[in-house]
Ligand binder design. Structure first.
Ligand code: ZN
Length: 410
C-alpha cells in the first residue's frame, strides 16, 4: 500500500482542473479534465440506455413552495443557497434533483402500464458546505450527481433493486475496484411509514445486497427518516474505503408531492420512489479514481489517449492526417506541433500521462507510417514503423474499455 498522491497535485501536473478562492468549492475544468469528466458521463449514460432510463433535465432554481413540499426548506435550510425574486418570493438553487423529477412524474396522469418509469439526470447541485469542510473534489459546493429516480409499483421494487445492484457491481469492477462492500442503513428512531412498510423495504434491500456476493454491513439507525438505503463502498489501492453509489427507498416524497398512478382496477395508487446514483458525485468519483491510480489512469479512461508528434514542420500535415484517423476511430488524440526537442516533448507527454505517442519523422512521412511508443508500462509495442491503419488499430485495441463497458449500447 502506498501513500496516495493528492488528486489536486495530479490535476496540476496533468492540467485537468484548478480551484480559485473566488469560487470556493467549485471547479474550473480545463479541457483535459473535462474530457475525463465526459468519459465518466458517457459510461453512465450507456448504462442508463441499457437499463431503459429516460434522460431528463429539470430547473436549477425553483421557488420556495417546491422546497417546502420536499421538506428541504425546513430541514436543509443551512445547506441551501437561497435567493429572492424582486417581488420578495424565495427561490433556492437545488441541493438535490428529486423534487424536479417528482414534477416530471406529475406532469401527466400515469398508468400502471408506464411503470417502472425511470428518469435520470446529470444534475448539477449546490450545497452550502462550510468553507473549512471543502476538500478538493471530495467535498464541493457545486457538483454533478448522476442522479436517477425509479417510480414503480411495490411488487416491482425487488427487480429494480436487483438490476441496479448487479450493474453497479460490474461497473465498479470495470473501473478497477475489485473490493466492494455494501452498507445497509436501517430504520432510524424518528421515521415515517408503517412497521410493515419498513420490514418489507429492509428485507428487499437486504436480499438485493446478499445476492451480490460481497460483504454486507448492517447499519442500524442510519436510514433516512423516509426510507432505508444501500450504500456501495469501494476500497482503493491505498486501502481507503469510499462510499459512492446508493439506492434508497422513499415512502415520503410520493406522499408529499401526491404522486399517483391508475392501477389495473382503475384505482389511484401511490408509486414507490427509488433514488439511485452510480457514482454519487461525478467529481468525487473522479477524485477517487485519480488517487486510486495515482494519476496513471487505464488507457481507456485517459483524457488524451494518443499524441501525434511531428519531428519537423514538414511532417505536420502527416501528423494531422493520422490524428484525424485516430479521432475517427473514437480515440481522444491531439497533435503536438511544438518545436521543442524530442526528449522534452516525450517528457511532457509522460507528465500528462498520455499512454501512446505516435512519432512521425522524415522516413515515416515518406512511407505513410508512424512509430508507436507506449509511454506507460513496459515497451510492448514494436518500435518499427507501421502503417497509419495499423497504428490506429493498435492504439484502438489498447484503449478498449473492459468488456462490461464495451458491451453497453453506444
Ligand atoms: Zn433523489
Amino acid at each position: 500500500m502506498s501513500e496516495a498522491r493528492d488528486h489536486r497535485q495530479i490535476a496540476r501536473d496533468q492540467e485537468l482542473f484548478h480551484f480559485q478562492e473566488e469560487a470556493p468549492g467549485m471547479v474550473f475544468w480545463h479541457a483535459r479534465g473535462l474530457q475525463l469528466y465526459q468519459a465518466l458521463e458517457s459510461v453512465a449514460r450507456a448504462l442508463l440506455r441499457a437499463q431503459e432510463y429516460q434522460e431528463v433535465r429539470s430547473p436549477q432554481l425553483m421557488r420556495q413552495p417546491i422546497w417546502e413540499a420536499s421538506g428541504h426548506w425546513q430541514h436543509f435550510a443551512e445547506g441551501m443557497f437561497k435567493l429572492q425574486e424582486d417581488d420578495g418570493r424565495g427561490l433556492a438553487l437545488r441541493p438535490v434533483n428529486c423534487p424536479g423529477h417528482a414534477q416530471l412524474y406529475r406532469s401527466a396522469l400515469r398508468s400502471y402500464r408506464e411503470l417502472p418509469l425511470r428518469l435520470a439526470e446529470f444534475g448539477v447541485v449546490h450545497r452550502k458546505e462550510p468553507s473549512g469542510a471543502l476538500q478538493g473534489l471530495f467535498r464541493l459546493r457545486q457538483f454533478m450527481q448522476d442522479d436517477g429516480h425509479i417510480f414503480c409499483r411495490p411488487e416491482q421494487v425487488a427487480a429494480e433493486l436487483s438490476a441496479f445492484c448487479q450493474a453497479l457491481r460490474e461497473l465498479y469492477r470495470a473501473f478497477g475496484f475489485a473490493e466492494l462492500s455494501v452498507g445497509l442503513s436501517l430504520r432510524p428512531a424518528q421515521r415515517i411509514g408503517s412497521g410493515a412498510q419498513w420490514d418489507s423495504a429492509e428485507q428487499q434491500l437486504a436480499a438485493a445486497a446478499a445476492a451480490l456476493g460481497v460483504p454486507v454491513l448492517e447499519q442500524p439507525g442510519e436510514g433516512a427518516f423516509y426510507g432505508p438505503k444501500l450504500e456501495f463502498k469501494l476500497r482503493d489501492r491505498q486501502g481507503r474505503v469510499w462510499q459512492c453509489g446508493t439506492i434508497q427507498l422513499d415512502f415520503a416524497m410520493p406522499e408529499r408531492f401526491e404522486l399517483e398512478y391508475v392501477d389495473a382496477d382503475g384505482q389511484r395508487r401511490r408509486p414507490v420512489m427509488l433514488h439511485r446514483a452510480l457514482y454519487g458525485s461525478v467529481e468525487r468519483f473522479l477524485g477517487v479514481l485519480l488517487e486510486h491510480y495515482e494519476g496513471r489512469l487505464p488507457a481507456w479512461l485517459a483524457p488524451e489517449q494518443a499524441r501525434v508528434l511531428a519531428l519537423g514542420p514538414a511532417q505536420l500535415e502527416h501528423a494531422r492526417a493520422l490524428c484525424s484517423a485516430l479521432r475517427r476511430a473514437g480515440l481522444r488524440a491531439l497533435v503536438d506541433s511544438s518545436e521543442e526537442r524530442l526528449g522534452g516533448r516525450i517528457a511532457r507527454a509522460r507528465q500528462l500521462q498520455v499512454p501512446f505517442l505516435l512519432v512521425i519523422g522524415a522516413r515515416e512521412a515518406r512511407d505513410g507510417s508512424a512509430s508507436i511508443r507506449a509511454l506507460a508500462g513496459p515497451q510492448r509495442e514494436p518500435r518499427e514503423p507501421c502503417s497509419f491503419e495499423q497504428a490506429v488499430a493498435r492504439v484502438a485495441e489498447a484503449c478498449q474499455p473492459p468488456p462490461f463497458i464495451a458491451g453497453l449500447p453506444g
